[in-house]
Ligand binder design. Structure first.
Ligand SMILES: Cc1cc2nc3c(=O)[nH]c(=O)nc-3n(C[C@H](O)[C@H](O)[C@H](O)COP(=O)(O)OP(=O)(O)OC[C@H]3O[C@@H](n4cnc5c(N)ncnc54)[C@H](O)[C@@H]3O)c2cc1C
Length: 417
């Protein structure tokens, strides 16, 4: 087999690609980062809700989600939608998703998701210090409008405490005590104490500058059109001019599945489109980030601004904005924060991003069996920001010592091949 060089090419300059580059540079590797975009045009990592969520240890594929999803499908302003289209990939993805929406799958994966998120949370503290980016470490509130949801969230809180993730069930008075910045009209909620938040665009932009300063080369405007494998097992990137003796890390977010297909590998991936709206001068500014549970809307203070994010539309790699779904987000806010009005959102341009969603709700991280130099870091769905630093660390360990710090067999990129 041909000798590999010490250099690594990272495809994708979103949070996952940049965190991977950061860890590799710290481990002494030379890194080239390729991205077809110069800035934030299509990356999902800039306009998201900015939350780091050890509280999210339950994968997206979980019991009850199918029934809820079917109810939401009927509502054009609801938080979930699948655009019907003739696509075997979509049919296969949906089938795998429903096969994994079981208690058995949740039991089998929640400890791994917890470990990844808690380690990432720890690494974020170090990273934020290194980059001098503000990390607000006050926790996250799950806010509930109905007794039924509060009961469900209290069950999750109990499970969280069993797993070592700090959670407190709160009545309305306790919530008020925790966040004096905003008036709430809710039945109660859960305070997840270990969660934290940041402005993701500041984090990504600072990380980009940092890895550049550490010596990373950037190839911006370069698009990888495919992957091909030589007889020696070495994978080559098509469409870009680079030596083919290097390690490759595929961190292309929602587009990673398509690239894997060009090499004949099935790594099921659907883009889960979401929107965010950032209010520059909100009437009230909460201190903690929160999730409006029934509406599935994330709310995050970012400096003096307030960001609202939500919806999950499975409709291909399409970044167009659906105004009715955006209205669904806007409409929900005053049900929890009564001092806000729909007119507060007038003139705010929605941002759209594509979450890279695997059908079992677990990311794809690891070497690709059968190839000598290809590693995948993708499919983080709703937790890509949260799991950025730990993904970088795991990939760097795989490439330097071949022993990842955690048992990541469940994250095998070819587990559905
Ligand atoms: C509304 C919303 C709110 C969210 N809130 C949170 C949150 O609070 N916390 C959290 O943890 N996560 C959140 N997420 C999810 C998170 O944003 C994603 O999981 C994460 O950004 C994915 O990062 P990535 O690096 O894998 O992909 P991206 O950021 O999408 O980066 C992929 C990059 O690859 C490049 N690329 C793709 N194909 C090619 C190619 N062929 N050649 C060259 N370059 C290519 C693209 O240009 C892009 O820059 C949210 C998502 C949305 C939509």
């Amino acid at each position: 087999m041909e000798k590999k060089s010490d250099s690594v090419v990272v495809v994708g300059a979103g949070i996952i690609g940049l965190c991977t580059a950061y860890s590799l540079l710290k481990a002494g590797r030379a890194v080239t980062i390729i991205d077809r975009e110069g800035d934030s045009q299509t990356s999902c990592s800039y306009g998201n809700a900015g939350m780091v969520v050890p509280s999210h240890f339950i994968p997206l594929a979980a019991p009850g989600i199918i029934a809820k999803g079917l109810r939401w499908l009927a509502n054009p302003e609801g938080p979930f939608y699948i655009r019907p289209r003739m696509s075997m990939d979509l049919v296969r993805w949906c089938r795998l998703f429903s096969q994994h929406a079981t208690a058995k799958h949740v039991d089998a994966s929640c400890e791994l998701i917890r470990d990844l998120n808690l380690e990432s949370r720890r690494l974020f503290t170090e990273l934020a210090k290194d980059l001098e980016v503000e990390l607000v470490e006050k926790g996250l509130l799950m806010l509930c409008n109905s007794e039924k949801t509060l009961h469900e969230e209290a069950e999750v809180a109990e499970m969280a405490n069993r797993l070592g993730v700090g959670a407190e069930v709160c009545d309305a008075a306790r919530l008020k005590e925790l966040d004096k910045g905003i008036q709430m009209d809710v039945k109660g909620g859960v305070w997840f104490k270990d969660d934290c938040h940041m402005d993701p665009a500041t984090m990504v932009t600072s990380l980009r500058a940092k890895v550049k300063a550490m010596g990373a080369e950037f190839m911006i405007g370069a698009e990888v059109s495919g992957l091909s494998k030589g007889s020696n097992g070495m994978v080559k990137l098509e469409g870009v001019d680079l030596p083919d003796d290097q390690e490759i890390v595929l961190a292309c977010g929602a587009w990673s599945g398509e690239l894997m297909k060009t090499m004949g590998h099935r790594m099921p991936m659907q883009a889960g489109k979401g929107y965010s709206l950032t209010m520059k001068n909100p009437r009230e500014l909460p201190e903690l980030c929160s999730i409006l549970c029934e509406a599935k809307v994330a709310v995050t203070p970012m400096g003096g601004a307030l960001r609202f994010g939500g919806t999950m539309e499975i409709c291909g790699n399409d970044l167009s904005v659906n105004p009715r779904r955006v209205h669904g987000i806007v409409k929900s806010v005053s049900h929890y924060f009564p001092n806000f009005q729909e007119s507060d959102f007038a003139g705010i341009e929605p941002w759209a991003g594509l979450r890279p969603c695997s059908p079992d709700g677990l990311p794809y991280i690891g070497r690709v069996a059968g190839s000598a130099n290809l590693t995948v870091a993708s499919g983080h769905s709703m937790m890509g920001l949260s799991m950025g630093p730990v993904t970088g660390q795991v990939v760097a360990e795989i490439l330097t010592s071949n022993t990842p710090p955690l048992d990541i067999r469940k994250l095998d990129p070819l587990r559905f091949n």
